[in-house]
Design a protein around this ligand. Structure first.
Ligand SMILES: NC(=O)c1ccc[n+]([C@@H]2O[C@H](COP(=O)([O-])OP(=O)(O)OC[C@H]3O[C@@H](n4cnc5c(N)ncnc54)[C@H](O)[C@@H]3O)[C@@H](O)[C@H]2O)c1
Length: 376
């Protein structure tokens, strides 16, 4: 692991998720930009002193040289500190599991994409919401044409934790600093998740965006609210709202997809349920672990219906899939079909293109910006 030291948020989640299915063991890490703290944190986790590193460059070199070196690295640093370790580990021949957004700009995203292409190494981006069984079922319904041609996509991610200034809050501090977060605030932090979810479920990445961003809290340097419209080449139209000033909301990620024949509606805070309606029929609430679900949903399910699953299991699914991807790679085989939607470097490039395009659009009073141009 790189990042995820004392008091960090997502590193601890990655450690739990990685181990949930007994597919991964944490054996090495560089957990902080401060070498002493980094080593001390590794020792505190019970790691071998030789593998509690002072920094990621030392870790990449040393692990690549060990006969029992790591199989993959998890990168869980602030956004601007994804690129350098991702490049270092890929160059050392190590597979990468990286948190989003991939990088803080398109040039670095492309450089990583090229490096993944050149090395052929597995690269997984932890858009963890795509690990939920009912999200996988939603994707399957769209892919099988059950919804008919997609007409409307509404995605939102609402939080309220940044509705006021939070001086001294570590997570808030770097998220408000363009040097560490990149050009997007809520845009990079949570709109990217809604964007990826919309692309994952519809099976198609939006082609263009028109955005308005706001900084509602005085003194804030990056956006805390995003209102965007999206176009899909296939004809679908959508809106994406991401806000960190939405009082009363915690992690209100929601996606509605409406086709010509049927529609679905999923909310992250009730992830075991998927609302599904066919035109002219009574709406249904499909339930994780219940009857009538796709193999994609069943394969991502751990517990019987009625024993709730949630954030950690969804995250763990990405790790379990990453293990399968790595094993296929080691065996010289193509990844199994069921891993085709697993977010990787391509989705990372698309997410960065979305951020870049939305920033440009917002600066041009909501002008439509093509996403393929941004990714090029
Ligand atoms: N997938 C998700 O649901 C999700 C949720 C939260 C955060 N994230 C992403 O995870 C990343 C981290 O977010 P967070 O909230 O955990 O941040 P955080 O500030 O809580 O933790 C970051 C950690 O990285 C360490 N770090 C910084 N620079 C380092 C370096 N050069 N080498 C080693 N360690 C270094 C810090 O010491 C800290 O321990 C961000 O990119 C964020 O977008 C993803």
């Amino acid at each position: 692991m790189v990042g995820g030291g004392e008091g960090a948020f997502i590193g601890a989640v990655h450690r739990m998720a990685a181990r949930l299915d007994d597919r991964w063991t944490l054996v090495a890490g560089a957990f902080s930009s401060d070498p002493e703290r980094s080593r001390a944190f590794g020792l505190g986790l019970g790691l071998d002193p030789d593998r509690s590193y002072g920094d990621f460059a030392e870790m990449a070199r040393a692990e690549a040289a060990r006969p029992d070196g790591i199989d993959a690295v998890a990168i869980v640093t602030p956004n601007a500190a994804h690129f350098a370790p991702a490049r270092a580990f890929l160059e050392a021949g190590v597979a990468v599991i990286c948190d989003k957004p991939l990088t803080t700009g398109p040039a670095e995203a492309k450089a990583l994409s090229d490096l993944v292409a050149r090395t052929g190494l597995p690269f997984v981006l932890t858009h963890n919401y795509s690990g939920y069984p009912m999200v996988r079922h939603a994707r399957d319904l769209v892919a099988r044409g059950v919804l008919g041609p997609i007409r409307v996509v509404q995605a939102e991610y609402a939080q309220d934790w940044l509705a006021r200034d939070l001086p001294g809050n570590r997570q808030a501090d770097w998220r408000g600093d363009p040097d560490k977060a990149g050009p997007g605030g809520a845009l990079g932090d949570i709109a990217t998740h809604a964007f990826h979810l919309a692309a994952f479920v519809t099976g198609e990445t939006p082609s263009a965006v028109s955005a308005e961003t706001s900084r509602f809290v005085a003194g804030r340097r990056l956006d805390d609210d995003v209102q965007a419209r999206l176009r899909w080449a296939g004809g679908a139209r959508g809106q994406l709202w991401a806000s960190q000033v939405a009082i009363g909301a915690s992690n209100g990620l929601r996606l509605r997809v409406i086709g010509a024949d049927a529609a679905l509606d999923w909310s992250q805070e009730e992830p075991d349920y998927l609302r599904f309606a066919r035109l002219g029929e009574a709406p249904q609430v499909l339930r994780r672990g219940g009857p009538g679900l796709s193999p994609a949903a069943e394969g991502a399910t751990r517990l019987p219906a009625g024993h709730p699953e949630g954030y950690l299991e969804g995250f763990a699914q990405i790790y379990a899939d990453a293990a399968d991807l790595l094993l296929a790679h080691r065996a010289g085989q193509a990844p199994p079909d069921r891993l085709s939607g697993l977010p990787g470097v391509r989705e990372g490039v698309e997410g960065v293109a979305f951020i870049t395009a939305a920033v440009r659009s917002a600066a041009a009073d909501g002008a439509w910006i093509s996403l393929s141009e941004e990714a090029a």
